[in-house]
Design a protein around this ligand. Structure first.
Ligand code: DHK
Length: 146
């Protein structure tokens, strides 16, 4: 049984489509989910968003027990949450950190990611299409694992 890719999204991403479109574009979160499911092909995929840190941590724990890979856009928790970092440290599979924007080209407050300390890879600045790239890469990493 192929383990699912967990695509987890942090705070305010539920507002994609109307949230600062000059930064995040006009693609909605539902459209991002559809892009992820298409990129996953017939593979299982869990796609969730929360504005609550504890929920993201609970879902990471679920992925620890059931998931094959994590694609995570922690949004603002990227820069603040040691709790999410500590949870991700327990995950045995590949972790791809995903940001719609190039966080390194933004204000300095966006330059230091806790999640990058544990991520297998970081994708930042591709816009919403970055999710599809991340899911396809996660699928390959799962399939090529020894
Ligand atoms: C999304 C957010 O909500 C911001 O807090 C991050 C990230 C950037 C993104 O580019 O997807 O700073």
């Amino acid at each position: 049984m192929t383990k699912p890719i967990y695509v987890l999204n942090g705070p305010n991403l539920n507002r994609l489509g109307t949230r600062e479109p000059h930064l995040y574009g006009s693609t909605t979160l539902a459209e991002v989910e559809a892009m992820c499911r298409e990129a996953a092909g017939h593979g299982p995929l869990v796609f969730r968003q929360s504005n609550r840190e504890y929920e993201l941590i609970d879902w990471i724990h679920e992925a620890i027990d059931n998931g094959g890979a994590i694609v995570i856009n922690p949004a603002a928790f990227t820069f603040t949450s040691m709790a999410i970092l500590d949870a991700l440290k327990m995950f045995p599979g590949p972790i791809i950190e995903l940001h719609i924007t190039n966080i390194h080209r933004r204000e300095p407050i966006y330059h230091r990611s806790f999640v990058s300390l544990v991520a297998t890879a970081v994708i930042a600045g591709l816009g919403p299409r970055g999710y599809a790239v991340a899911v396809a890469a996660a699928r390959d990493l799962i399939d090529s694992a020894p």
